[in-house]
Design a protein around this ligand. Structure first.
Ligand code: NAD
Length: 260
């Protein structure tokens, strides 16, 4: 389905990014995986992706807090694949704390990974997309790009920034056959969510079970976690020709959370 197209998916060694990157590989795109993790797990993931489809699979350990490493990853994908047609900005981290105790290094890391890295990846790939007259940029934002939750000041600020960046580049690139959209999921049960449960329990003075029932699932009218596969299928649709006029949108996949 995506044979001949080449993609970068940041933060694709785990969770939502992993599911998106494997979906692209299975549909025969060339895919550059990225993210941290155990060396053996990453080798197994690259092997799985290579066997899933006919495209070439690469991996970059580029740290999304480091603009020079982002430049190197983009150049490696461009020189191996010929061009980068699809960019999925997905890498992200979370930290939960009242603002008065929020560590400065966590603030800097969240803004760098969740927001600023998107700026740099787009900057590096968009010239090639413009030259080719085709491109798809999909930023994985969050319901927190539209609404807030207490104790997530850095994350909510970063994700609102992603929503603004998405709209801006959508306007800049619209005449070049490039679409730029955000996807804003509600809670997906990945490592990122599992790790924040104890801190949220501490910040709110409740149990971890209460965090799941009363905070996470309570946010979503469906009372169900969103599936990473549902996000990957939305990415596939946004890449398709049928979605060529969807540009500058922020698509909620949140079970109705932000309809409140
Ligand atoms: P995850 O923790 O499972 O995966 C995060 C990925 O980002 C991993 O591959 C990790 O190695 C990578 N990463 C982290 N720091 C990095 C860095 N400095 N450089 C490069 N890669 C780095 O998380 P997830 O839940 O799959 O989240 C993926 C995206 O989806 C994030 O942007 C997150 O904000 C967003 N999101 C998640 C949820 C959710 O409920 N899980 C909801 C809305 C939005």
């Amino acid at each position: 389905m995506f044979k001949g197209k080449s993609a970068i998916v940041t933060g694709s060694t785990s969770g939502i990014g992993r599911t998106i990157a494997l979906m692209l590989a299975a549909r025969n795109a060339n895919v550059m995986f990225n993210g941290f993790g155990d060396e053996d797990d990453i080798s197994a993931l690259v092997k799985e992706a290579s066997q899933a489809g006919t495209g070439d699979i690469m991996y970059s350990s580029a740290d999304m807090t480091k603009p020079d490493e982002i430049a190197d990853m983009s150049e490696a994908a461009r020189s191996a694949f010929g061009n980068v047609d699809i960019l999925v900005n997905n890498a992200g981290i979370q930290f939960v704390s009242p603002i008065e105790d929020f560590p400065d290094d966590k603030l800097q890391a969240i803004i760098a990974i969740n927001l600023v890295s998107n700026f740099h990846t787009i900057k590096h790939v968009i010239r090639g997309m413009k030259k080719n007259g085709w491109g798809r940029i999909i930023n994985i934002a969050s319901a927190h790009s539209l609404v807030a939750s207490p104790f997530k000041s850095a994350y909510v600020a970063a994700k609102h920034g992603v929503a603004g960046l998405t709209k801006t580049i959508a306007l800049e690139a619209a005449e070049f056959g490039i679409t730029v959209n955000a996807i804003s999921p509600g809670y997906v049960l990945t490592e990122l969510v599992e790790k924040q449960i104890p801190d949220t329990a501490r910040a709110r003075g409740i149990t971890e079970e209460e965090v799941v029932q009363d905070i996470l699932l309570a946010a979503m009218p469906t009372k169900k976690f969103v599936g990473a596969d549902q996000i990957a299928e939305t990415v596939a649709f946004l890449i398709s020709d049928a979605a060529a006029s969807i540009n500058g949108a922020n698509l909620s996949i949140d079970g109705g959370w932000t309809a409140h």
